[in-house]
Design a protein around this ligand. Structure first.
Ligand SMILES: NC(=O)c1ccc[n+]([C@@H]2O[C@H](COP(=O)([O-])OP(=O)(O)OC[C@H]3O[C@@H](n4cnc5c(N)ncnc54)[C@H](OP(=O)(O)O)[C@@H]3O)[C@@H](O)[C@H]2O)c1
Length: 271
């Protein structure tokens, strides 16, 4: 644990989908900031590996297996088990889990794929928040951080289903900020652009033209996205409610027309 920056010392956290990828990185960063963390996912071996990694750094974590596609009863059981494992209190919920949706034309997307994607990526955070936030409200204290995406902000051909789930997560962030904020529970989101993970490594050179249009010219690292989550979950974000914090190298902030400024001469503000 990084004792000089233990801003979450004494806090407890549940991170969904934390056996790998961004979720594992978020769990490690929260533990590094002092939080006692529940790791969740379907794969026990990977979950226990994340716990071992956190413990080797002096942090505290426990793995609770769950398959969010198995229905609402599973989600209730997770909340009970996780709360017990954390000593009876959950201070921070990170709604990170999402179903991997391959880009596809809308006409090719099946009803089953829509149900699964919205089930894991939208219904899961919805039900978890409904189960966990009331106890936070009673204590007048708690933080929820949702993981959205650049795909929930900008439309892209082939991304209708994934983008719709992420736009839903962004809206839920604002609705819950309105609902729970007055009771002292802060709800915010982080919206990453492409993150350098095993999954995005599969894109290979195909992602280069996309990154060429991004101000930073690169993907985010897991650590960069995770530190935004730690910030929003912690005391330094005490008066931040309902924000969607983009960690995307500026991709959603700027117009993709650098050459247009010189071409347009005296008309630099088209549209
Ligand atoms: N990677 C990117 O470039 C990127 C960009 C923008 C936003 N995001 C968002 O960041 C978040 C994490 O993405 P990622 O790339 O790290 O994903 P990932 O590598 O596919 O990891 C997904 C995690 O969710 C768990 N999971 C998946 N389905 C589950 C289910 N039915 N029940 C329980 N656990 C389940 C997986 O664990 P098990 O396999 O052990 O169940 C794994 O721990 C997502 O919300 C994603 O939309 C990612």
């Amino acid at each position: 644990m990084n004792t000089t920056a233990a801003t979450l010392s004494g806090r407890t956290a549940l991170v969904t989908g934390s056996t790998s990828g961004l979720g594992a990185g978020i769990a490690e960063a929260l533990a590094d900031a002092g939080a006692h963390v529940v790791i969740t996912g379907r794969t026990r071996a990977r979950g226990e590996q994340v716990v071992t990694q956190i413990e080797s750094q002096g942090g505290r974590a426990v793995f609770v297996p769950v398959d969010f596609a198995a229905g609402p009863g599973t989600i209730t059981d997770l909340v009970v088990t996780a709360t017990e494992a954390l000593g009876g209190r959950l201070d921070i919920l990170v709604n990170n889990v999402a179903t991997l949706v391959q880009p596809a034309p809308t006409a090719d997307v099946t009803a089953e794929e829509i149900t699964t994607a919205f089930g894991v990526s939208v219904a899961t955070p919805f039900l978890l928040t409904g189960l966990i936030a009331p106890a936070m409200v009673q204590r007048g204290d708690g933080a929820i951080v949702n993981i959205g995406s650049i795909s929930g902000i900008i439309g892209a051909a082939g991304s209708a289903l994934y983008g719709a789930t992420k736009a839903s997560v962004h809206l839920l962030t604002k609705a819950w900020a309105a609902e729970y904020g007055p009771s002292g529970v802060r709800v915010n989101a982080v919206a990453p652009g492409p993150i350098a993970t095993e999954r995005t490594r599969e894109f290979g050179d195909a992602i280069a033209p996309v990154l060429a249009r991004v101000p930073s010219h690169r993907m985010s690292t897991v650590a960069e996205v995770a530190s935004a989550v730690v910030f929003l979950a912690g005391p330094e974000a005490a008066n931040i409610h309902g924000t969607i914090l983009s960690v995307d190298g500026g991709a959603t902030a700027v117009r993709d027309e650098p050459a247009a400024v010189t071409k347009l001469g005296n008309h630099p503000h088209p549209g």
